[in-house]
Write a protein that binds this ligand. Structure first.
Ligand code: PA5
Length: 454
């Protein structure tokens, strides 16, 4: 398999890029990259780094479950939020054919349509419930903690609807849970009702869970190549294991982001795929980077103003929306172009007739060629303005390369956490808002807080 590649040339100082990385800067960081990687490797498989074991896990149980249920459901509804939704969404956008839900059952090979409910908007929820034939719907409730209010509200609503449509005794035929193996309300409900359950290991946080049943169960149920995803991640894990310093893809990605932050105060990390299939990987990365690195204290509890802001952008669409800002606005961004070597489809742009002579430069090219030219042109044009970028290229969008890319970005996040010396695996900043919501919803024990919320 061809591996993905990282091109750092346009991050480097020289030519039009005055504020770029120098060999000295990179050399100075190199021992710290190696130390950071060694720390990640030393902790791999323990504590909150249990996700590093996922590429080697046997997906047999979930693949068998999917095979046993093949053809039984017309729709799969995923209820989850944050890390319990963004991974499944990213995989579906990357690996299912476009407009999957509109394809006929035959074209879907009798796999279900896929709907992910990751919000509590009543209008959206009612609209979705009205669309689904619940007698032919499977609902995968995903919650690591098994207590998240938004997802549990979704569960309560769907359970009531299912009871009304299929009858209380058949509800469990339409549910499958993905949750912590021991704790949480969802686990308890599953134990009491006999709903099938898949374990999300105790040391796998939501944003690092895409290669666990969180991502893989919806993937298997909709016919994605689960083994390919894991094989690609395993190949990336070997590459990361075997290489060091700037030759290591995870270290190189983390190192570029880190140096642009600390040396040049470029505190915005833009991920810009030039592939519609990879669009939601940028969304998934946004959560991974933001929740992991946005921290107010370092590991010793000292105040630290940490957190490059991840931004999602899409080539070429956002060239007509964001590029002006990237080129001439504040020089506070490092752009990652995410390109593909080869598209699945070749679509020729027809030569224009005499009435459209001005468009003759387009005729005879492919649409993929145009997309690729726009990516190169944008990277070059940004460099002319002194704006740095790096480019990740995946050979083509398929399960192996997607698994490799996502695992690389997870490892890069862990390495960046080491460089900043912060805990990349907690999210204390979201707790207060959760508690305030409990208070406003009248949960027992939060009465004092409710009185303080204006
Ligand atoms: O990455 C994380 O840990 C969070 O975004 C969680 O995934 C999110 O809060 C949902 O949590 P849970 O899976 O416990 O319902």
């Amino acid at each position: 398999m061809d591996r993905l590649s990282l091109d750092l040339a346009r991050c480097m100082a020289g030519g039009t890029i005055a504020r770029g990385l120098t060999p000295e800067m990179m050399e100075a960081l190199r021992p710290r990259l190696d130390e950071a990687l060694a720390a990640v490797h030393a902790a791999a498989g323990t504590g909150w780094l249990e996700w590093t074991e996922l590429p080697a896990k046997d997906p047999g149980a979930l693949v068998s479950y999917a095979a046993a249920n093949h053809g039984r459901y017309d729709a799969l509804m995923v209820i989850g939020i944050g890390g319990s939704a963004l991974g499944p969404i990213a995989l579906a956008t990357a690996l299912l054919p476009f407009y999957w839900n509109e394809l006929s059952p035959t074209r879907r090979r009798h796999m279900p349509r896929l709907y992910v409910l990751d919000n509590v908007d009543p209008d959206e929820t009612v609209a979705l419930l009205d669309r689904l034939d619940l007698e032919r719907t499977l609902v995968n409730v995903i919650s690591k903690s098994g207590t998240t209010g938004e997802s549990m509200a979704g569960y309560l609503i769907i359970k009531q609807r299912l009871e009304a449509v299929v009858g209380p005794r058949a509800v469990k035929e339409h549910l499958v849970f993905t949750t912590d193996p021991a704790g949480g309300t969802l686990r308890q409900i599953g134990n009491e009702t006999g709903v099938p359950m898949f374990d999300l290991g105790p040391g796998i946080g939501g944003r690092f869970s895409v290669l666990s049943p969180v991502g893989l169960l919806p993937a298997a149920l909709t016919g994605m190549d689960v083994s390919g995803l894991l094989a690609g991640a395993a190949d990336m894990a070997s590459w990361i294991e075997e290489s060091a310093g700037w030759d290591n893809p995870a270290c190189a990605f983390a190192g570029v982001q880190y140096l642009n932050d600390v040396e040049f105060r470029r505190r915005i990390s833009v991920m810009m795929p030039y592939s519609a299939h990879l669009r939601d990987i940028a969304d998934w990365y946004r959560q991974l980077w933001a929740e992991s690195l946005g921290k107010s204290v370092d590991r010793k509890g000292r105040p630290i103003d940490c957190g490059p802001t991840p931004v999602k952008s899409l080539g070429v669409t956002d060239q007509h929306s964001q590029l002006q800002l990237y080129a001439e606005g504040p020089d506070d961004k490092i752009i990652t172009f995410l390109g593909v070597g080869e598209f699945a489809q070749t679509l020729q742009i027809p030569a224009p007739g005499p009435e459209a002579e001005a468009l003759s430069y387009l005729g005879g090219h492919t649409l993929g060629g145009l997309l690729w030219a726009e990516q190169r042109a944008t990277a070059w044009a940004l460099a002319q303005k002194g704006r740095p970028s790096l480019t990740i290229t995946v050979p083509k969008v398929e399960a192996r390369s997607v698994g490799a890319l996502m695992y690389m970005l997870e490892m890069a996040t862990a390495v960046a956490g080491e460089l900043y010396d912060i805990d990349a695996f907690d999210q204390p900043g979201v707790e207060l808002s959760k508690k305030a919501t409990y208070a406003l919803m009248g949960r027992a024990g939060y009465e004092d807080l409710a009185g303080r919320i204006r």
